[in-house]
Write a protein of this length. Structure first.
Length: 657
């Protein structure tokens, strides 16, 4: 018992440290789990006491992974994207399986082993590709939609492979019969569970939910997942197939999202254990002895997939640049490839030596994939001449839209929030230019007369084309902190005095965005709490005027900029008392400015009736700076005061008068 506990503690400590390191480097944590497995496995340090038992437990990781994949499969969603999923995706899996299988047969493998390995290497990493697309805000781009469509079919294709591979290991005279029996069993299981289990599943979940017990709900999910997995295994099929069917059943109920949240901790922990056991299986000495073959198993499938995916994407009407981006993202191998290789080895279709070589090739491929995706744009620009023309067209469209505007607002993201903002700006007579990466949304909005163009606000040249140098403000309307940080970086390079407002979900990233130079950060949770409070107070009988005053006071404390406003040409003089109304005004200090090298105390701006609310120096934003703050060339000083006080303070800063 003591030895087992020590092993578990050591495994947990190593996994935590390695995953922290890989997260810091921006690499998938599953690679960290693999490295831990290699280190503690019998072929390295030999710290694992019972590899077979650990592998048996790790099978549950695959079960919960397949369950999660089943939850993602909505039949209406699949039907809507049927051309990409069942057209592009099916062709990609079929062509790559046959091509890689032909190469494997040329190396002396049987056609059964070649087919199984071809299917394994046809898979790409859903975890790596989807995560990086989300981080780069590219899920709704043309190449992002194609990638997700192919990944959906690959996840679906794992199910028949898991059914067929054990049958391929049978003797030749029994093969056709066993394949037919396996397919009949799978078809019956699908028919019975999906057509007759749907109503039963929904009714049973209603019964469980009415008990209002979170523990009971989780136990029920575990029972259904493992119970269906056991039933399919009892029928001579795989555990993973039953888990996948359980996920598909629950996906059609209203409890899908709650189940997904509850199951995630089990799935992630057990899936991490699965990758640890894959690492344990790897023998580095065997890999080193067959290094040339390993490199071939790494490079050849990637080249085949690049060529096949590029050609298929072009045949589906993609531009060369889009096709190459899709090919780069799908060229690598994936986690399901590891599952299929281990199954192929387990049923005796390939020797341990062949499995070692293929697994090592898959792992190298998964290490390279994030780097390829991250540098995809650079690769495309170097290899595809027409991409420069496409980029130039996008920049031209953005420039044409912004040329007629002066002191306009650049809107990054034209989803629901961006469109609502645009309506408010139009009502106020303020022009805007919106950038969005959803081509369908851009096409429909532009046809309706909105000033929106296809473009990525995270690119410096796109901000320049959208007129950021002449703009009065930039608003990031989507919820993506890494992308917002990129926008802030480029926006301050283009126009250091440009106010940037960023939308976030909560206050978690407030400090990061503020340090990066955001003029204001607007958390949704804060605003929704204010609305809830205001409605509650009114319903409790508090006078509406007092409620509005209280909300205004809270907002002033939270948002420093609400204590003043940036004046624009559209402001109506009659709406404001010009002598008493406080305004905000940004002053950018040129190298020749009088204030350069002087402290705020020496400048005595308060004597002139102006207050310095913040000083922004490159990407650093200092709110309410003290009198000892010394100004430098390039600083942006934000002043608050009446129009006369602001004019006097600006003269003091620039000319010393």
């Amino acid at each position: 018992m003591g030895g087992t506990l020590e092993f578990v503690l050591m495994l947990l400590a190593a996994a935590v440290l390695v995953v922290v390191l890989f997260r810091s480097l921006g690499l998938p944590p599953l690679i960290g789990y693999l490295i831990v497995g290699v280190a503690v496995g019998p072929n390295a340090l030999g710290l694992a006491p019972d590899v077979a038992g650990t592998r048996h437990l790790a099978e549950f990781g695959v079960v919960f992974l397949m369950f999660s994949i089943g939850l993602e499969f909505s039949l209406p969603k699949l039907f809507q994207a049927r051309r990409l999923v069942f057209g592009f995706g099916a062709l990609q899996v079929a062509v790559v399986t046959l091509a890689v299988g032909a190469v494997a047969m040329a190396f002396g493998l049987s056609w059964q082993a070649a087919f199984a390995l071809g299917g394994a290497l046809a898979m790409s990493s859903t975890a790596i590709a989807s995560r990086m697309l989300a981080e780069r805000v590219e899920l709704e781009t043309p190449h992002g939609r194609q990638i997700i469509g192919v990944l959906l079919f690959q996840d679906l294709a794992v199910v028949p492979f898991l059914v067929v591979v054990p049958a391929l290991a049978a003797h030749a005279e029994n093969l056709s019969g066993l394949l037919g029996l396996a397919l009949v069993k799978a078809t019956l299981a699908l028919t019975l569970i999906l057509f007759f289990g749907q109503r039963l599943m929904r009714g049973w979940f209603h019964v469980i939910a009415r008990r209002r017990s979170h523990e009971l709900f989780i136990l029920n999910v575990l029972l259904i997942t493992l119970g269906l997995a056991w039933l399919t295994e009892l029928a001579g099929l795989s555990l993973a197939l039953g888990a996948f069917l359980a996920g598909m059943l629950i996906a059609e109920t209203e409890y899908r999202h709650q189940v997904e949240e509850d199951i995630r901790p089990f799935r992630d922990v057990l899936l991490g254990l699965f990758f640890v056991t894959v690492g344990m299986y790897l023998d580095l000495r065997a890999v080193w002895a067959n290094l040339a073959t390993v490199l071939l198993a790494f490079a050849l499938p990637m080249v085949i997939k690049l060529a096949v995916v590029f050609g298929l994407s072009r045949s589906f009407g993609s531009t060369p640049g889009t096709a190459l981006r899709v090919a780069i993202a799908l060229a690598g191998a994936g986690e399901f490839g590891l599952v299929l290789v281990l199954q192929t080895s387990g049923v005796g279709l390939v020797t341990d030596q062949v499995a070692q070589v293929v697994i090592a090739g898959i792992l190298l491929s998964m290490l390279v994939s994030p780097l390829l995706i991250q540098n995809g744009d650079r690769i495309v620009l170097k290899l595809v001449a027409s991409e420069w023309m496409m980029r130039a067209v996008q920049l031209h469209q953005a420039a044409v839209q912004s040329l007629a505007n002066e002191r306009h607002v650049v809107i990054a993201g034209y989803g629901r929030t961006g469109q609502n903002l645009a309506r408010f700006l139009e009502q106020g007579g303020i022009s805007y230019v919106a950038l969005d990466l959803d081509p369908e949304r851009v096409r429909e909005a532009a046809a309706a007369g909105d000033t929106v163009v296809f473009g990525d606000a995270g690119r410096r040249e796109m901000l320049v084309a959208a007129g950021a140098r002449r703009a009065s403000a930039l608003v990031v309307t989507y919820l993506d902190t890494p992308s917002a940080l990129k926008v802030l970086h480029h926006a301050h390079e283009v126009n250091p005095s440009l106010p940037v407002i960023v939308r976030t979900r909560d206050d978690a990233d407030l400090e990061r965005l503020t340090r990066a130079g955001a003029t204001e950060v607007v958390p949704e949770t804060f605003e929704s709490s204010l609305m809830l409070a205001s409605h509650a107070l009114v319903l409790l009988g508090v006078p509406i005027r007092r409620v509005l005053e209280q909300i205004r006071r809270v907002r002033e404390e939270r948002y420093s900029l609400l204590r003043g406003f940036f004046h624009g040409r559209t402001d109506e003089p009659e709406d404001w008392d010009e002598d008493v109304q406080s305004r905000l005004h940004s002053v950018s200090l040129e190298p020749s400015a009088y204030a350069v090298g002087k402290t705020l105390g020496e400048l005595e701006l308060a004597v002139r009736g102006a207050e310095v609310t913040l000083v922004r120096r490159r990407s650093i934003r200092a709110a309410d700076p003290g009198p000892e703050t010394r100004l430098e060339a390039g600083d942006v000083v934000v002043l608050r005061g009446t129009p006369d006080a602001l004019a006097a303070a600006e003269l003091r800063l620039t000319q010393g008068r």
